[in-house]
Design a protein around this ligand. Structure first.
Ligand code: HEC
Length: 247
């Protein structure tokens, strides 16, 4: 007789078998539950870690390569096109990467400005003077003009900021606008002339004020001697902090 036969034939075997079945049932349920948990959870939890790690792993590697890759291309590629179209983009890149590269490119942009200065400093156009007058001025003598100036000083002052007398102050009159002295009441004839006192105009006015500007109120017959007029004009020209160029 085997062990099972004896066991099965012992009294109370049914209750023990029922207990055994109950135990097995409980264990089975637990086992199934455990398996179910492992099957269900493993699938759930693992995915998160895998998914979570996968993204970070991909994101981290990506950021690392991206910084190095973007900077070099933009710095090298944009600087070249930058000069013409985009000066603004250039500043941000120098700060991020190289300032040395950005500076040399910024200079070419600043290079254009230099040319303007030479243009912005043009010499004043020479005052109009006929060839004949130019020759007289070349042969003239400002010192002699000063000796002749008392003819004018009866009515004109020559000092910087000097008062007007019968006539307006004549400091810096050569090259100045006609009838433009502040505080002097010019005649309508004088105000209607317009333009500036260039060499030709002064020579003609001083030769005959009445003919040059009919109706003007300079009660002066004029200086008939051409050489004396040239000397007087040279004297007037020196009444300036920056005498105008001679013709
Ligand atoms: C008798 C007085 C008198 C004498 C002398 C005189 N002037 Fe005049 N001058 C005047 C008056 C007045 C005016 C203003 C004329 C007007 O507004 O119509 C004038 C105007 C001028 C102007 C124009 C000024 C301006 O602002 O546009 C010049 C230049 C000038 N005189 C030069 C001379 C010179 C140079 C002499 C000497 C050679 C001279 N004058 C002698 C009275 C005089």
């Amino acid at each position: 007789m085997s062990f099972y036969d004896r066991y099965l034939n012992t009294p109370g075997r049914k209750s023990r078998a029922a207990l055994l079945l109950a135990i097995l049932l409980v264990l089975g349920v637990n086992l199934i539950g455990e398996l179910t948990m492992r099957i269900v959870r493993p699938s759930a939890p693992p995915p998160p870690p895998v998914v979570a790690k996968a993204p970070p792993a991909e994101v981290k590697p990506a950021p690392a390569p991206e910084p190095p890759v973007p900077p070099p291309p933009p710095a090298e590629v944009k600087p070249e096109p930058a000069p013409p179209p985009a000066p603004p983009p250039a500043p941000p890149k120098p700060a991020v990467t190289d300032t040395g590269r950005a500076l040399p490119k910024a200079e070419p942009v600043k290079a254009p400005p230099p040319p303007p200065p030479p243009k912005a400093a043009p010499l004043p156009a020479p005052l109009s003077a006929s060839a004949e007058l130019a020759q007289r001025l070349k042969n003239g003598n400002a010192v002699n003009g000063a000796k002749l100036s008392p003819r004018c000083a009866a009515c004109h002052g020559f000092d910087v900021g000097g008062r007007h007398r019968i006539g307006p102050n004549l400091y810096d009159i050569v090259g100045g606008a006609k009838a433009s002295r502040q505080g002097f009441a010019y005649s309508a004839a004088m105000k209607g002339l317009g333009g500036q006192w260039d060499y030709d105009a002064l020579d003609a006015y001083l030769a005959s004020p009445a003919n040059f500007a009919p109706g003007n109120k300079m009660a002066f017959p004029g200086v008939p001697d051409p050489a004396e007029r040239a000397d007087i004009i040279l004297f007037l020209r020196n009444l300036s902090g920056a005498p105008k160029p001679l013709p």
